[in-house]
Design a protein around this ligand. Structure first.
Ligand code: NG1
Ligand code: ZN
Length: 558
């Protein structure tokens, strides 16, 4: 590293001292904290993004968001050239960078790591970072910090995409690195044209007119604005948007949004007795999560949640159906058997896992965090993953897509009503509609709507695929959550010793009982999950396990 680069880094970083007494960690979804203490972290993430761009010789993404967290929080995550999450191999460097106590140690870290990774700072490569942010007010100043970080590496440029959803930014990075057009308009065009294509192939059975309208809770975040732009380009979809974030009292993620409805299972603000029985959906604050819900009666504020597990089940059912339409016995299609797999986490409702296995699908569990689910899904020709909270997508392998393209050509002259031809065209359209980089509430919503239309199903038909086991999630504040070591996709605790045996003993008391605890990667809490045959039993099991967490690790246990 030459003197010019060194002094640029030293000078810039001295403007962004780290806050005292805080330890930052690149957790489940990047760095997240109160926005007031994040400037130095975002500045340093800018340096990291520029270095990653130099290393991969590709465009890198940087998204400033704290997703479903409260409005005063913010965060930053890096998108790799594929549009996926930053490689795990760089996470320790990200942690070290964020926590380096002063400019000199920061410089030392950068010098050592760049030597190890063969990154040469000679300014000859133009590192490009695509920048996006959600609607949080702190986003603007954090964006400035990100730019300063990027500019402190000679030859690096930040390209500001403005306020976008997280999945839009990931999509743009992926598209540009593939040499395709990657503007917001290109994104909307790809989604709307592939949606239209699937709808045109539908057999014409439509859901009844009362049920035809979809009511969307935008979580008072960026998703609302974007869904409005998208629906302007679409026919055949009647969307009413609520919680768009336009009003002064509309606070991001407060009493609204996918995280709220999925965890609390109560009616979000802006919805009520007039919505009984209607098809409703909630996005989260940065629109990478999607859940549906039904208000079952005017007498209660409880909702029936149609969560990520049910979206996964609907997608899996549809894809499996298309594969079997193509796979007519004795035909040439038998020569290649595409492998369809589904990926969940321990938070998936046990009833969904049972349903998917009954469908004959391979089901795998990974630890929490889409980076794990995404990677596992890449093992299949078609890998479908979802977290119960509504984050997920469908991945198509290059091999399978080129096989589909060949089939399309072969069937070009087949009659328009050839079922095989339609199935091939449908799956190709799905691969264009559904975001291949990360879970995306907008593209997921369009696919759900197209499949319901295809099957002629109401949300009630869909919800009846299986009945969720009652479940409960709790948070417990502990002294040091980093003391916990889990195994087996986070379903068992290795340390502290003895707690797993105690959890097992509690769980055994409940019919269909299942329970686990794990440290959150985004909040300073331990999460407890329990399910059982009744709601009372699930609540009681969750409470007992929470007490065990407190006994073994809690603040009161000092
Ligand atoms: P943590 O805080 O590690 O549980 C939460 C969600 C994850 C994922 C990340 C990123 C739950 C139980 N956990 O992670 O699924 O979405 O946030 O946003 O919902
Ligand atoms: Zn999110």
């Amino acid at each position: 590293m030459d003197e010019k680069q060194k002094s640029l880094l030293l000078k810039a970083s001295s403007q962004f001292p780290i806050p005292p007494g805080v330890k930052f960690s690149y957790g489940t979804a990047g760095f997240r904290a109160d926005a007031l203490i994040l400037e130095s972290t975002v500045f340093r993430a800018g340096i990291l993004a520029a270095m990653r761009s130099m290393k991969t010789r590709s465009m890198i993404g940087m998204m400033i968001t704290a997703s479903h967290n409260k409005i005063s929080d913010n965060g930053v995550k890096i998108a790799d050239p594929s549009g996926g999450m930053l490689t795990q191999q760089w996470e320790p460097f990200a942690d070290a960078l964020a926590n380096a106590p002063d400019s000199d140690s920061l410089l030392r870290l950068i010098t050592d790591f760049s030597k190890k990774e063969n990154i040469v700072f000679d300014g000859t490569f133009r590192a490009e970072i695509l920048l996006g942010r959600d609607t949080r007010p702190s986003g603007e100043s954090l964006l400035e910090a990100a730019k300063q970080g990027i500019h402190s590496i000679v030859g690096s440029v930040g390209i500001d995409m403005g306020v976008v959803t997280t999945p839009q930014l990931h999509w743009m990075v992926r598209a540009r690195n593939k040499g395709m057009k990657g503007s917001e308009l290109d994104y909307f065009e790809q989604l709307s044209s592939s949606f239209r294509c699937i709808m045109d192939l539908n057999p014409g059975g439509s859901v009844n007119s009362v049920d035809n309208k979809l009511i969307v809770d935008g979580s008072n975040g960026v998703g609302g604005e974007k869904i409005e732009s998208l629906t302007k380009m679409l026919d055949g979809l009647n969307i009413e948007l609520r919680n768009s974030g336009a009003g002064v009292m509309d606070i991001l993620n407060e009493g609204v949004g996918a995280d709220f409805v999925q965890k609390e299972k109560v009616v979000p603000d802006g919805f009520g007795s007039n919505d009984v029985g209607k098809r409703c959906a909630s996005l989260d604050g940065d629109a990478d999560r999607l859940v549906y819900f039904i208000v079952p009666s005017a007498d209660t504020n409880k909702i029936d949640i149609v969560d990520g597990d049910k979206i996964l089940s609907l997608f899996a059912l549809f894809v499996k159906e298309q594969l079997s339409i193509m796979n007519i016995k004795g035909s040439e299609y038998n020569s290649y058997q595409p492998c369809l797999g589904v990926v969940q986490t321990a938070y998936a409702n046990g009833a969904s896992t049972h349903y998917l296995k009954e469908l004959g699908l391979a089901v795998t569990l990974t630890p929490t965090g889409v980076k794990h689910l995404h990677r596992k899904s890449e093992d299949y020709d078609i890998g479908i993953y979802f977290e119960a909270n509504g984050h997920g997508t469908i991945l198509f392998s290059e091999k399978f897509l080129s096989w589909l393209e060949d089939k399309r050509e072969e069937l070009a002259s087949a009659p328009e009503d050839s079922q095989q031809k339609k199935a091939v065209l449908r799956l190709l359209a799905v691969s264009n509609l559904i975001n291949q980089a990360v879970g995306d509430a907008l593209s997921g919503l369009l696919l759900v709507e197209a499949i319901l239309q295809y099957k002629g199903w109401s949300i009630h038909d869909w919800n009846a695929l299986y009945q969720d086991l009652p479940s409960r999630q709790l948070k417990v504040i502990v002294k040091d959550r980093t003391a916990i070591i889990t195994t087996n996709a986070e379903t068992e605790v290795l340390s502290p010793m003895g707690i797993q045996e105690a959890i097992n003993a509690e769980t055994a008391k409940y019919p269909q009982g299942r329970s686990f605890m794990r440290p959150s990667g985004t909040e300073d809490v331990v999460r407890v999950y329990a399910e059982a045959s009744t709601q009372d039993a699930a609540d009681s099991l969750a409470n007992s396990v929470a007490k065990l967490v407190d006994k073994y690790l809690g603040i009161s246990n000092s």
